[in-house]
Design a protein around this ligand. Structure first.
Ligand SMILES: NC(=O)c1ccc[n+]([C@@H]2O[C@H](COP(=O)([O-])OP(=O)(O)OC[C@H]3O[C@@H](n4cnc5c(N)ncnc54)[C@H](O)[C@@H]3O)[C@@H](O)[C@H]2O)c1
Length: 438
């Protein structure tokens, strides 16, 4: 091989073919090598373009945004008049004061409820979700079918796919983005930290980048979390309290998100509102959350873990019903001021807000189990355990006076009422527990 390269003329135009058998042999071997390398590159290209994993399975992937961008360029379903027609129809505003909203994470628990509520009041809504399998994707598909019936189209794609998200902005000049797509859950962060970085860090920055470049720039309302209060012990949690002691990687990514929000507001004039949700529950909820899997396991006769803190300390949560959260999201969207930048440049000071959206009445987890027992008419097998140090905090309690004042947020559903609605939904969705929730 070396000899062959070394013997090649430095000036290709001066190459003169000689007819000796040795040279014919060399020619054959070069042709064989050329064929081999051509085939090798063809196989590489084939695997790169046709066999790379789909965005929908990227829950555990830590692929870079550029990979996804390249992929979307060849994804024909994102192109063509039919795709654009569906996006436009879904984004059509039907009320005089309506807004057009891109809802990320629309096949998720909160995203489905917010999308449906916006559509009901006449706003234009387009969803975006990668349908990852962090929990049973069939539940996400069922939510998608529900939204489809009310006229909301969910585009299947990843928030890191900047080409796709920009394309959506080319088709619809969204006035607002409701950014709910994220890797949720506190405990799973120890198993798969990369998925949190992928969706909550890279994904958020990717959305902010597209919004900053959009003309006009949309106003953004996005989901932070009560988990940012971490090891804070002052109750109730107020937006002014310290949030620099996260107890989990999930919390750290949400805290980082709040810092990114500050940066994009400061440099590019994006209007940004972060909502710190407190343990949201309700119909179409998330199977990884305690109220959901307690219901499943009580019905199955399986024991359920009830955590207690040191010295038999009570673990309590400020459980917030989904309809109250939806009202908070709509209130935040309706009071969001316009972004002030254009062409990626800030033209003036833009709005930057953070609100707690909780219920202001923490309930011990053992009381939650008591309510479920009554509603399900089944005695739970309680297994009292020490609260593991894997990210969960002992209690959460929201001070919501700021949200009340600024966005008219007023939660009105107590845990008993909200759980009754959840259990009704659960029993009908899973056919009285005959169909197993996963
Ligand atoms: N439910 C709660 O109690 C709660 C509490 C605090 C904060 N939050 C936050 O609220 C938001 C909504 O939560 P939820 O309970 O509806 O969770 P969810 O998991 O049901 O919804 C999130 C959706 O985002 C999608 N998604 C994730 N990564 C994506 C990506 N890279 N690209 C495209 N789609 C992606 C998922 O497929 C899912 O459908 C999240 O940001 C979550 O962190 C929720």
């Amino acid at each position: 091989m070396k000899q062959h390269i070394d013997s090649a003329p430095s000036t290709p135009g001066k190459f003169k073919m000689e007819k000796s058998p040795y040279n014919r042999l060399r020619l054959h071997s070069s042709l064989a090598k050329l064929t081999f390398w051509s085939l090798f590159f063809l196989v590489l290209i084939y695997f790169f373009f046709f066999k790379s994993p789909s965005p929908s399975s990227s829950s555990s992937s830590s692929s870079l945004p550029s990979d996804l961008s390249r992929r979307s360029l060849r994804t024909s379903s994102y192109a063509g008049p039919n795709f654009e027609k569906r996006v436009r129809a879904s984004a059509k505003i039907r009320s005089r004061t309506g807004i057009s909203v891109l809802v990320t994470g629309a096949a998720g628990f909160v995203g489905t409820h917010v999308s449906a509520a916006l559509k009901r009041r006449g706003d234009g809504v387009v969803g975006l979700d990668n349908f990852n399998d962090y929990y049973d994707p069939s539940l996400k598909r069922a939510r998608q079918a529900l939204l489809e019936r009310s006229g909301v189209y969910i585009v299947e794609g990843d928030i890191n796919d900047a080409v796709l998200v920009s394309k959506l902005f080319d088709i619809v000049p969204f006035t607002h983005v409701m950014h709910l797509a994220a890797q949720a859950g506190v405990r799973y962060a120890m198993e798969n930290p990369g998925s949190y970085v992928h969706s909550n860090i890279a994904g958020l920055v990717s959305i902010l980048e597209v919004c900053k470049n959009a003309n006009p720039q949309p106003a953004i309302v996005w989901a932070s979390s009560s988990s940012v209060y971490g090891l804070n012990t002052k109750v109730p949690f107020s937006e002014k309290d310290r949030t620099d002691q996260p107890a989990s990687l999930y919390a750290a990514t949400k805290k980082a998100g709040e810092e990114f929000a500050h940066t994009y507001n400061h440099i590019y004039g994006l209007s940004l509102t972060g909502l710190r949700f407190f343990t949201v529950y309700g119909p179409w909820g998330r199977p990884d959350m305690a109220y959901f899997f307690f219901t499943r396991d009580i019905l199955k006769g399986k024991s359920i873990p009830i955590f207690e803190a040191a010295n038999h300390g009570t673990v309590a949560r400020d459980f917030t019903y989904i309809d109250d959260i939806v009202k908070g999201c709509l209130g935040a969207l309706d009071t969001a001021e316009k972004s002030t930048g254009s062409g990626g440049k800030k033209k003036g000071v833009a709005q930057l807000r953070v609100f707690n959206l909780g219920n202001t009445s923490p309930v011990p987890v053992s009381d939650l189990v008591g309510i479920l027992e009554k509603l399900l008419k089944v005695k739970a097998k309680r297994l009292v355990m020490k609260l593991p140090r894997n990210g969960d905090v002992q209690f959460t309690h929201a001070n919501i006076s700021l949200a009340e004042r600024e966005i008219g947020y007023k939660p009105s559903t107590d845990l008993q009422t909200g759980l009754k609605k959840f259990v009704q939904w659960y029993l009908s969705y899973y056919e009285n527990g005959k169909k197993a929730a996963q």
